[in-house]
Structure formats: structure tokens, C-alpha cells
Design a protein around this ligand. Structure first.
Ligand code: SF4
Length: 330
């Protein structure tokens, strides 16, 4: 465990039991988040970003199997926690904004009832009056018009964008140590996206809250984070301080991902990364990116690469091209 780490994930594997076998979704994920740090996780849809975050909060579905690995929160082992310990963990100011607000909200309770219940559960407010004021203030902060009325509304009475902002308000009211935001701006229009991102940035700065931002938008990651992990098919393939990652990407997948950003100035269509994420029921034995990698070597399909240092401070890459350290060997 690194000293000062708020969250540390070591060699985490998560599989899902499905009809006819196992989907080996996470394959040895490593991740460290320091107190007050803003960390981005980028990668294609289906690469395991959300599963990794659900493991931190221990909210994985019942068919999940964890064959190896550990998740530490403030130095405590999360995976072995039961009942009361888990309740305490979730009461320590950890909040998550989910991608799908419809699934995250209960249709039979009003917005106000749900926010106040979350505040009570997270031990973030005192009595009912204080909880109501906190809920109203969070709705206002999330740029929702007429918060008094919205408190009395049921989720089905709101638009998709408004429901997402209610989820954001809930997280803002309770996140004190860690805010996990899973594609928080997907359903919002550009103006509201900007407001929400500014709000999250302010929360992190003013309260010293750590942020884990899951996004497939490289622009959002660049704007919002200090450190970026690039994830591919259930493994972290590169980690670097944000500016360095965007200026000097090393892993062939990261390079492809950055080339897939459309250019405003023209210059042809974005190149992207040809091919698809592998089948998790039968993933490649070595580097999971090998079937799509134009630089693959014999060792790549035999052995999974570990993280290698690259010479840049905090810049590491899981690719055999960098096995010698300090630069590519090919
Ligand atoms: Fe490509 Fe091999 Fe590096 Fe994987 S380990 S990204 S296959 S060169």
C-alpha cells in the first residue's frame, strides 16, 4: 500500500458467471488515487471502467466472481468487509454519479425524499430541516431551476437531463472524501455539461475531495484531471500525468485512441483503432490488445506485459515494447 493513498487497487480480477461459462472482464487491474487527486479513466465502452468502480464500493452484481486482487480504501481492505463495515465505508463521504439516472433513482419516491435519505445515510446532515436545506442547496448547485418544486416531483416527471442533474446533486451533497463520476455528462447538452464539470471541479478544489472520472471523452479527461489511466479490455495499459499522456502517449492503444479524436481543422477523417474489444469468454492469453496491435511481437500473445517504467515521472506502460525501461526496444 502506497502511503497517502486514498484508494488502492492491486491485481484485481472480476469475472461474471453467465449462462454457458465465465466472462473474464477484469484481468489484474492496478490503480492508485491519492487524497485530493483528480484521476481520469479513459477507454472504449465495455473495457471494464464501471466494473472497477463498482468493486471499490462493493456494489458488483450477484453473478460477479473475484478470483484475486485487493481493494483498499483509506488503508482498509474493502473486499472482505461485511454488513456494518460496509455501511461505514459508504458513510465516509464516498459518492458515485451513475451513467444511467433512470436506473439510479427510485420511481416511487419524490426527488426530495431520495436526496434527504441519501444525506441521512451518508451522515452528511443533522435533523430533517437541515437535510432539506442541504437537498435544496444541492439542487441549486446542480443548476436545476425551481428546486422547491423539483423536491416534490417524482423522477418520471423530469426530463433525462434533469434526472441526471438530480443524481449529480445527490453526489454533491454527500461526497466528502471521494466522488466517482461515471460518464456524468453523457445525457446533458453542452451548456449544462460545462456547468456540471465546473461544479465538480469546484467541489474537488474547495473540499479537497478526490475525484475518479470515468469518461470516453479525452477532452473532458484532459480538462478535469491530474492523472489519467488508459484502460483496455479489463487491464490498465498506461498511466501518466495528464499533460504528459496527451503530449507523449506510448502504448499503441493510447496512440490510436488519441488519433481517433476528430480534428476541427480538418486534415482527413480520424484514424481510430481498427478492430473490436476481445470476447471476454475467451480473451487472448498474453496482451489483450495483441489482435489489434500493428506492432505485436511473438511474446505479446504468450505473456501478459506488466507495467514498465518509461523514464517520465509517474509514466508507466504495460507493453513489451518498453520492457527494457526508458523507451521502446523496437
Ligand atoms: Fe502491442 Fe505487444 Fe505492446 Fe501489446 S504488448 S500493445 S501487442 S506491442
Amino acid at each position: 500500500m502506497e502511503s497517502g493513498a486514498l484508494v488502492e487497487i492491486r491485481d484485481l480480477a472480476v469475472w461474471y458467471r453467465v449462462y454457458g461459462g465465465l466472462l473474464k472482464v477484469l484481468d489484474g487491474v492496478n490503480l492508485t488515487v491519492a487524497s485530493g487527486q483528480r484521476v481520469g479513466i479513459v477507454g472504449e465502452t465495455g473495457c471494464g471502467k464501471t466494473t472497477t468502480m463498482k468493486a471499490i464500493l462493493r456494489i458488483l452484481p450477484r453473478n460477479a466472481v473475484l478470483p484475486r486482487g485487493e481493494v483498499m480504501f483509506q488503508g482498509r481492505k474493502v473486499l472482505g468487509m461485511r454488513g456494518r463495515e460496509l455501511q461505514e465505508l459508504r458513510g465516509q463521504g464516498v459518492a458515485m454519479i451513475f451513467q444511467d439516472p433512470t436506473a439510479a433513482l427510485n420511481p416511487v419516491f419524490t426527488v426530495g425524499q431520495q436526496i434527504m435519505e441519501v444525506i441521512k445515510y451518508a451522515r452528511a446532515g443533522g435533523g430533517p430541516r437541515e437535510r432539506r436545506l442541504m437537498a435544496l442547496s444541492a439542487l441549486k448547485e446542480a443548476a436545476l431551476p425551481d428546486p422547491e418544486r423539483i423536491m416534490e416531483n417524482y423522477p418520471f416527471q423530469l426530463s433525462g437531463g434533469m434526472r441526471q442533474r438530480v443524481c449529480i446533486a445527490m453526489a454533491l451533497a454527500t461526497a466528502r472524501t471521494l466522488l466517482i463520476a461515471d460518464e456524468p455528462t453523457t445525457n446533458l447538452d453542452v451548456t449544462i455539461q460545462d456547468q456540471v464539470l465546473r461544479l465538480m471541479r469546484r467541489l474537488v478544489q474547495e473540499k479537497g475531495t478526490s475525484l475518479i472520472l470515468i469518461t470516453h471523452s479525452l477532452g473532458v479527461a484532459r480538462e478535469m484531471t491530474d492523472l489519467v489511466y488508459v484502460m483496455y479490455a479489463g487491464t490498465m495499459v498506461e498511466v501518466a500525468p495528464t499533460d504528459e499522456l496527451f503530449e507523449s502517449p506510448l502504448h499503441p492503444y493510447t496512440v490510436g485512441l488519441l488519433r481517433s479524436i476528430p480534428k476541427l481543422t480538418g486534415g482527413g477523417i480520424a484514424e481510430g483503432v481498427p478492430g473490436r474489444i476481445p470476447n471476454y469468454a475467451d480473451p487472448p492469453a498474453g496482451c489483450r490488445f495483441a489482435p489489434r496491435c500493428s506492432r505485436a511481437m511473438a511474446i505479446c500473445s504468450e505473456r501478459k506485459p506488466e507495467f514498465f517504467d518509461t523514464g517520465g515521472v509517474g509514466h508507466r506502460v504495460a507493453c513489451w515494447l518498453f520492457a527494457a525501461g526508458g523507451g521502446a526496444v523496437v
